[in-house]
Design a protein around this ligand. Structure first.
Ligand code: SF4
Length: 249
């Protein structure tokens, strides 16, 4: 497999529920020289999960590693050789479907593991046929993502589930996203394992750390996540206090 990966701890929780999630990790923000997170904020850029786990392990005196280099390589390929990039994604998804079937698991795909690209805009070819995007090319599988971009035209793609992400300074967008029917993911400044707040922004809070399978979440909820890594020290407002209310200008 060239572009997609599996294996982070949250994905392993999904396996217990019968799902095998494959994730595309690009180099977030503009680390590759290309911007892949149009609505990123100071807080989310600083706390980005790009550096979680092995992605953030560097040898002494080094500032990069094989994982970061691979993410940069893939991102450059996306921008500089889109046709072959999309061919590889199609090939990887087909392989993932076969692998999952052998393991009796349902495949699911998250293409924005560490990016926020509107994949509905990019055409692909599958079995010699041109499709408007990856979601129409693979109607038989589920895709999901988190996004900070409001107004993405995805309603017609019933196999694509989007959860809106709250961050520092996007409260107005969060309110709009809620009004448009999106679930909203909020990172809370509470210790892992502590109970989530009952409500946030007048919505019930659903614990989103039990798995990454966002497409199975109940509708009309805030998806609560525990602060991890650098997010635990956030001072920008990216990480929310459970009692804090939404501020709308
Ligand atoms: S938008 Fe998401 S992927 Fe991009 S920098 Fe922020 S947290 Fe990371």
């Amino acid at each position: 497999m060239n572009l997609l990966s599996t294996g982070n701890p949250k994905i392993l929780k999904g396996i217990a529920q019968g799902y095998n999630t494959y994730i595309l990790h690009l180099a977030p923000a503009n680390l590759s020289g290309y911007e892949v997170c149009a609505k990123r904020t100071i807080g989310c850029t600083d706390a980005c999960l790009n550096l979680a786990g092995r992605g953030g392990m560097f040898k002494k005196g080094e500032f990069t590693n094989a994982i970061q280099k691979a993410r940069i390589r893939k991102t450059k390929m996306f921008f500089e050789d889109r046709i072959n990039f999309m061919k590889l994604i199609v090939k990887d998804i087909e392989l993932a479907i076969k692998q999952s079937a052998k393991k009796n698991l349902i495949p699911a795909f998250r293409l924005n593991g560490t990016s926020d690209l509107a994949f509905e805009k990019y055409e692909v070819v599958r079995n010699g046929q041109l499709f408007r995007n990856i979601f129409t090319a693979f109607p038989e599988v589920t895709f999901y993502d988190y996004t900070k971009i409001l107004g993405r035209k995805i309603k017609e793609y019933t196999n694509y589930s989007l959860t809106f992400s709250a961050a520092d300074g996007n409260d107005a967008d969060v309110m709009s996203a809620m009004n448009q029917g999106y679930n909203v993911a909020v990172v809370f400044n509470i210790k892992k394992g502590s109970p989530m707040p009952d409500t946030y922004g007048l919505r019930p809070v659903f614990n989103g750390d039990d798995s990454d399978l966002r497409f199975l979440d109940p509708k009309g909820v805030v998806v609560g996540l525990y602060a991890k890594g650098k997010a635990k020290k956030d001072t920008t407002g990216f990480v929310k206090y459970p009692v804090m209310m939404l501020k709308v200008a």
